[in-house]
Design a protein around this ligand. Sequence first.
Ligand code: DGP
Length: 110
Amino acid sequence: MQDCIFCKIANHTLPSNPVFENDKVIAFYDLNPQAPVHILVIPKIHCPSLIDVSDNNIMKDLFDAVQTIVKEQNISDFRTVINTGKSSGQTVFHLHIHILAGRNLLWPPG
Ligand code: DGP
């Protein structure tokens, strides 16, 4: 999608220094980290949010990537977050999974 910042990262119009990439998924560090490790995992295809996913292969590809990334980085304890909709905190309307790690993560989240 033309005006989507994550599409621009996915097609390398914007540089992101990816931590993981294959033909379906790219992952990169969050610009505004909320933990010592804060990685975003996104599908290369544009999909605004979780509610818009019609092909479950997208979620499999994303969570396979999460597993690969945490194993590669020797992260055993982490949180995955998918904000969906403005009031949940979603600010970028291109589906993404946050991986948060490297500190004690409180529950319930804010
Ligand atoms: P969310 O609030 O769930 O929509 O998360 C969006 C995240 O994306 C937020 O933590 C900040 C991050 N972000 C926004 N723009 C950019 C960008 O251009 N580059 C990177 N690396 N992260 C971005």
